[in-house]
Design a protein around this ligand. Sequence first.
Ligand code: PMP
Length: 293
Amino acid sequence: MNKGVPAPLCWLNGEIMPMARACIPVSDHGLLYGDGVFEGVRFYRGRAFRLSGHLRRLRDSAAAIGLMLPLEQGVLETAVADLIAAFGAPEGYLRLVVTRGVGALGLDPASCKRGNVFIIAAQMALVDEAERRRGIRAIIAATRRLPVDGLDPRIKSLNYLNHILARMEASHAGAQEAILLNGRGHVCEGSADNVFIVREGALLTPPVSDGALDGVTRGVVMALAARAGIACREATLTPYDLYTADECFLTGTGAELIPVRDIDGRAPRQCPGVVYRELQARFQALIQRETAA
Ligand code: PMP
């Protein structure tokens, strides 16, 4: 472990321990079948950013799959605060996971009596700062996102296999991120982030109904754009729209805001563009305001 970089910590069912010691039984359906839900949350200056939005989505994801959260919201909030304090670094990333719990072999969750809950605190950077400044390379993956009528994209479940396959395609192509399309060829999102483009000064992002997660950062960016007087709307996008965009960038808790300089060998006209730079500055200012002591 580098000096100054705290070792990952884990809050597991009420106890804080080094992540390396935190264990889940092999019979947990979260592990066996990806049966569970999760959230990623960033903290800045020792405070979780937009925690209530993340906890609401966690509750909704759990409700949508008929999973009872085994803990009250207040307990989760206290766990988050305790873990951030124990972690020690002012900034970092939290991964909140609720599994279906230990059960019998077989898909039926009825034998799982109680979900396991754990929260990891660690440092997480999707790209290094030099790459963020320059912009990243993305590809449009051959792997499609799960159809919205197969699994509602608002459910943030532990099933990420097709996103992982898309990400492998990106790595294979020497790119940092993959953009997934739905079965109709419409843009959904990145493997772990939402996609925005700028066209003639307007900000466009795919609707959830095309297969995007209703990202917390996506919502923040849309609100910041409205406040900045930048026209912003949801729109069905195709690869053509990405290839001909004035700007393209990604948003997410892990990603924060990342400009894209290359998509399948096509370069957006500006990277980082003026709209990206404006929103990135406003995003940083918002974090400062919301996490001020
Ligand atoms: N799409 C997917 C598939 C994701 O995993 C994430 C990361 N949670 C996002 C979008 C971005 O969402 P958020 O801004 O809420 O982190």
